[in-house]
Design a protein around this ligand. Structure first.
Ligand code: FAD
Length: 441
């Protein structure tokens, strides 16, 4: 059996059931496809991939390649549209089987269908490697996914402790040989931008696992996580697992298993529970995205609720550039542009300002986050944006944060605002419209 393993958001050898299945082959071609369309602006102004995530992804791919080499394997990185690249590789290597991790997101699902339709000679298999549960082991049928996170959590926790059906799978130590490799065209990929700030995150499985152990066993940041997690800055205030979880360098099952071991051997308290609780939010949005398909990206959201919102170019630009009348939001947006990371609280404030104070269509804000975030995850990003815009998984409707109160509470002496230059010299007011603002890009 000749297998093509298409790496996507599962860039790891540990706990990877899809790669385990692919390892039962005579020949294995490991492929990652970099799609040129990620780097061009889309209909909502922003690109699907900005510089921060691209750098992190590239580091992750290089790390994966280094892990594959001792197993006699290598990673073929192709620059091109998967709908063309994958069928060509299937034909040129007499591939009988294509394996991939199942991903949320309509673009990903439709690509898979298009490729399948083009290449009837191969068998196509998907495995669930991005989530804690598989669709089959979820205690709720997907069609009955609750409308709110609370109901989801209660159903999950009511069904038993933590998912035990799919215990983590050991790191693979043997793989079948690769074929004679096609010529790599990775050199055509866009250049990797130089970072403006010392790098917070280093891509790759080893770095992700190291952070997991650091947050639990070295700094014990997890022991006080519930009290610290809303801080606007501070490395150990939250786990910082998200970039590795987002591209699959770190398995969420590995995180939960390690957390459970930690609770057994070290400390178990409200904070350790809260890390599990937040990982359940991620799980909820994962299934929410699969369940709701295209409605994840529609302005009226999954609730199909009409909301008054429009697109003012000057307001959008001021928000992206950290040049609004709201210093805390400016600081957050500057930090996002310069580093690719934002705390959860800062994301909430920036998004709330976008939909409430600025009255903008939430999808443009979500698309800007998609471009900028190093940990962009289609389900968590669009799910959280819908939630805050009052068209998603929140029965209470629109969520508006009081920016003045939030500043007093989370940045009382202005350290965050100063550090990220939140006091704009000439902030753009709500009603400044100039012909020169169009077109934006
Ligand atoms: C508008 C908006 C957009 C967001 N976009 C993304 C995104 O693209 N990718 C992403 O991973 N997270 C996103 N989040 C969720 C959250 O802000 C980040 O997961 C978190 O800040 C990452 O830092 P951390 O790993 O230190 O989180 P921690 O607080 O340590 O949480 C641990 C893990 O739990 C999960 N988690 C925590 N909060 C949430 C949440 N609200 N929703 C879903 N999962 C959660 C993440 O996997 C996170 O790594 C978004 C939140 C908002 C409000």
């Amino acid at each position: 059996m000749n297998t093509l393993y298409w790496f996507t958001r599962d860039l790891r050898l540990h706990d990877n059931p899809a790669l385990l299945a692919a390892s039962k082959s005579d020949m294995l071609l490991c492929v990652y496809v970099v799609d040129p369309r990620w780097f061009a602006p889309g209909p909502l102004q922003s690109k699907a991939m900005g510089g921060h995530r691209w750098r992190f992804l590239w580091q992750s791919l290089m790390a994966l390649e280094r892990s594959l080499r001792p197993l006699g394997q290598r990673l073929h990185i192709a620059y091109g549209e998967p709908e063309t690249v994958i069928p060509e590789l299937i034909h040129s290597h007499a591939v009988d089987r294509v394996i991939q991790s199942r991903q949320p997101g309509t673009r990903e699902a439709s690509q898979w269908q298009v490729i399948k339709a083009k290449t009837a000679e191969a068998v196509f298999q998907q495995f669930e490697t991005l989530s804690l549960f598989t669709e089959g082991s979820l205690p709720i049928p997907l069609a009955e996914l609750p409308d709110t996170f609370s109901q989801f959590r209660k159903r999950i926790e009511g069904a038993g402790d933590r998912p035990s059906e799919r215990l983590r799978i050991r790191t693979l130590t043997a793989l079948p040989p690769p074929p004679g490799f096609p010529e790599d065209n990775r050199g055509d990929c866009p250049p990797i931008p130089e970072p403006q700030h010392p790098l917070l995150f280093l891509g790759g499985e080893a770095a992700g696992l190291a952070r997991l152990h650091e947050f639990l066993y070295t700094t014990h940041g997890v022991d006080r996580y519930k009290e610290t997690r809303n801080a606007l800055e501070d490395w150990d205030a939250s786990s910082k697992f998200s970039p590795w979880l987002a591209n699959g360098s770190l398995s969420v099952c590995e995180v939960v298993e390690t957390l459970t071991e930690y609770e057994t051997c070290e400390t178990r308290n409200e904070s350790t529970y809260w890390l599990w609780f937040e990982l359940l939010w991620r799980e909820y949005f994962h299934w929410y995205a699969i369940r709701h398909g295209a409605n994840l990206f529609r302005r009226n959201g999954v609730q199909r609720k009409r909301r008054q919102a429009t697109f003012y170019g000057h307001r959008f630009k001021a928000w992206c550039e950290g040049n609004t009348e709201y210093p805390i939001v400016n600081a957050a947006m500057n930090q996002l542009r310069e580093t690719g990371y934002l705390s959860n609280r800062a994301r909430q404030l920036a998004a709330s300002c976008f939909v409430n104070e600025l009255g903008l269509d939430w999808r443009y804000g979500a698309a800007w986050f998609e471009e900028q975030l190093i940990d962009y995850d289609v389900a968590s990003n669009y799910g959280n944006w819908q939630y805050l815009a009052g068209v998603g998984a929140d029965p209470r409707g629109l969520r508006q944060f009081n920016l003045v109160k939030q500043t007093q509470q989370y940045d009382p002496v202005g350290t965050f605002i100063d550090r990220w230059g939140g006091e704009a010299e000439q902030p753009v007011g709500l009603h400044t419209v100039d012909a020169a603002d169009w077109p934006l890009l």
